[in-house]
Each structure stands twice: as structure tokens, then as C-alpha cells.
Design a protein. Structure first.
Length: 153
């Protein structure tokens, strides 16, 4: 079961992700990475950005490659963003199919709550259930598609 501190943290996280959920499907990383896309959009060369970072061109080129490959560190990405006069924005949200909020995600993975649900179920079979446990959302599955001509899936 969650502690009071966990409840406060989860509420805070859930408030933060409200607007970010809407961004999920609207932001797709450029194929060759954000660093290269922004640099090229600003009309700057790798040498220009490297000079701003006080490094040589080759290490900067390596940063762009590592970002595109998904292996760049956050601190490196933050330094490069600064050199591009940009801000690094970084956040996590629960996967859509997993949960709608962090609180729901935490409840889903709460071992103590799972044990209580099993006990509650056994008690319900005997007509002794208390019924005070939080409800668990039903797993979401995609709606079946039907062939209009045959009326079959």
C-alpha cells in the first residue's frame, strides 16, 4: 500500500503530465536527430556549434551521431542545446496501454494491493467482502474490426 508521501508525489506527477499526454502523438523526433535538424534549420555548420561549445568539429559530429543513435547522454544533449540557444525538455509519461496516470500505474504494480484484492475476492465468494478497495481499471484492448460484407472479424 502507498504511503502518504507516495500519494503526494503521485498527485504531483499526475498534475505535471496532464498537458504532456497531449504532446505524445504530436512530437516525432527527426530521423537524423534534433541536434542536426535544429542546427540545419538555423543555417549553422557543425564547426559553428563546436566553436560555441569550445570543442572541435569532430566531437560535435560524434554528438549528433550519438543522439540519432539514441546513445547520447542527457548532460551532453543539454550542452549542445545550450550552444544552439535551445532548452532541453525531458519528461516521462506512462505508456498509453499501461495507465492513464502515475497513480494508476503505481496501483497496478502494488503487490500489497494485489494480495488484498485476492483476499477481497475470496471474502466476496463467502458474502463477507468489505468493498472498500480502489477499483482497478479494466485492461483496454482494441475494438474488433468487422468485414462489412460478411459481418465477421
Amino acid at each position: 500500500m502507498k504511503t502518504e508521501l507516495q500519494e503526494i508525489l503521485l498527485r504531483g506527477l499526475d498534475e505535471e503530465i496532464e498537458a504532456k499526454h497531449d504532446l505524445r502523438g504530436k512530437i516525432n523526433a527527426p530521423a537524423k536527430g534534433w541536434l542536426r535538424a535544429v542546427r540545419e534549420a538555423l543555417g549553422l555548420s557543425q564547426r559553428d556549434i563546436a566553436a560555441r561549445m569550445r570543442i572541435r568539429q569532430q566531437p560535435y559530429a560524434s554528438m549528433e551521431k550519438r543522439e540519432a543513435d539514441g546513445t547520447v547522454s542527457l548532460s551532453t544533449l543539454r550542452r549542445a542545446a545550450d550552444a544552439l540557444d535551445c532548452e532541453l525538455v525531458y519528461f516521462l509519461v506512462p505508456k498509453e496501454q499501461a495507465a492513464k496516470s502515475f497513480a494508476e500505474l503505481a496501483t497496478r504494480d502494488d503487490a500489497a494491493l494485489k494480495h488484498l484484492r485476492a483476499t477481497e475476492h475470496s471474502m466476496a465468494l463467502e458474502g463477507q467482502a468489505v468493498g472498500d478497495l480502489p477499483t482497478m481499471p479494466a485492461p483496454q484492448s482494441p475494438a474488433p474490426t468487422y468485414d462489412e460484407k460478411t459481418s465477421r472479424p
